[in-house]
Ligand binder design. Structure first.
Ligand code: APR
Length: 320
């Protein structure tokens, strides 16, 4: 059986890391696409040359021609510009919306059966625009945000509790921005919910609140340190987790920016929700119950996403 084909649209910091991870994990053959001629070819060759030492079997190709992504099983989109210090994800909207148009059309014309994972920011609006421009079924177009935000939350929690991050589960829902909703009630250490751990005296509410805020600011913290761009190792790893769930039909329950029509009281929009990813793409949106405080935070986040989508419609009237 032929190896799966993974097309990476955007061969920058995240794109290159995605290619390296996909090859090391032998998820399939990799095509790196970018408009900056030489960059995708150079990165593909460099990673291919790591193959003999690492011992992976995967073909890598760099290209500036969309024809080379033909028949891809998975497309992961990072094309666009990242944040610089002082910028919010929302500041990227105008530039990256134009990029989503060309990428969406490229996928529509060359890889219409792919499972598409968008990483470009502002995430919730860009994945919506990408689905519109590509015309692919909504269950096959998804945004990577919740896995990364939850991973950041899990990392900080594992430090606070001094336990393996393997035993920390966490859920972050809502839009991938300042209004994201880390759900402490649904986050656990070895199955014990965080509020119970506060009651048990393992941590304090103040410390937990600080961790929640650090999670919300997780992307900005990295941008502030790097100064020249935004995070790429953890974002790439998170998207690979989603791609693997699809390619191996793992039925993973992962928080993703998915099309929600009915669940959580929402009517037709992209936002971060718990989903199940398997061979069918987004096979299910998990309709969890929120308490009043959680619902208020989620509603605020949903409103922020709606505002960005409206701003996209203001820029390009062809968007419905
Ligand atoms: N088509 C294809 N590639 C494009 C296009 C386009 N229309 N426009 C820009 N690119 C390419 C750039 O040439 C660059 O190589 O996208 C790549 C982006 O790479 P980086 O600038 O290194 O950005 P990166 O850190 O990978 O982040 C990409 O993901 O997390 C988000 O906010 C982040 O929106 C940003 C995206």
């Amino acid at each position: 059986m032929a190896r799966p084909k993974i097309a990476l649209i955007g061969a920058g910091q995240i794109g290159g890391t995605l290619a390296h991870l996909a090859a090391i994990k032998e998820l399939g053959d990799v095509v790196l696409f970018d408009i900056a001629d030489g960059v995708p070819q150079g990165k593909a060759l460099d990673i291919a040359e790591s193959g003999p030492s690492e011992g992976f079997d995967a073909a890598l190709k760099g290209t500036t021609d969309y024809a080379d992504i033909a028949g891809a099983d998975v497309c992961i989109v990072t094309a666009g510009v990242p944040r610089k210090p002082g910028m919010s994800r929302d500041d990227l909207l105008g530039i990256n919306l134009k990029v989503m148009k060309s990428v969406g059309e490229g996928i529509r014309d060359n890889a219409p059966d792919a499972f598409v994972i968008c990483i470009t920011n502002p995430l919730d609006a860009m994945v919506w625009a990408l689905q519109q421009y590509s015309g692919l079924p909504a269950e096959k177009v998804v945004g990577m945000a919740g896995v990364l935000d939850s991973a950041r939350f899990r990392h900080f929690l594992s430090l606070e509790f001094d336990v393996s991050m393997k035993d920390v589960t966490a859920f972050v829902l809502g839009g991938h921005g300042d209004t994201m909703v880390p759900l402490t009630r649904y986050s656990t250490v070895g199955g014990i919910p965080l509020p119970d751990l506060v009651d048990m005296g393992w941590t304090t509410q103040d410390k937990l609140d600080a961790i929640v805020q650090r999670t919300r600011d997780g992307g900005a913290e990295i941008v502030g340190l790097l100064k020249t761009g935004s995070a790429y190792y953890a974002p790439a790893t998170s998207a690979i987790e989603m791609a693997e769930a699809y390619l191996k039909d793992q039925k993973r329950l992962l928080p993703c920016a998915a099309w929600v029509d009915g669940a959580l009281g929402l009517k037709g929009m992209y936002v971060g929700v718990p989903t199940i990813i398997g061979a069918g793409g987004i096979e299910r949106v998990v309709d969890i119950k929120l308490d009043r405080a959680e619902q208020e935070m989620f509603d605020k986040s949903v409103e922020a996403v709606r505002g960005l989508v409206e701003a996209c419609k203001g820029i390009d009237e062809t968007l419905a």
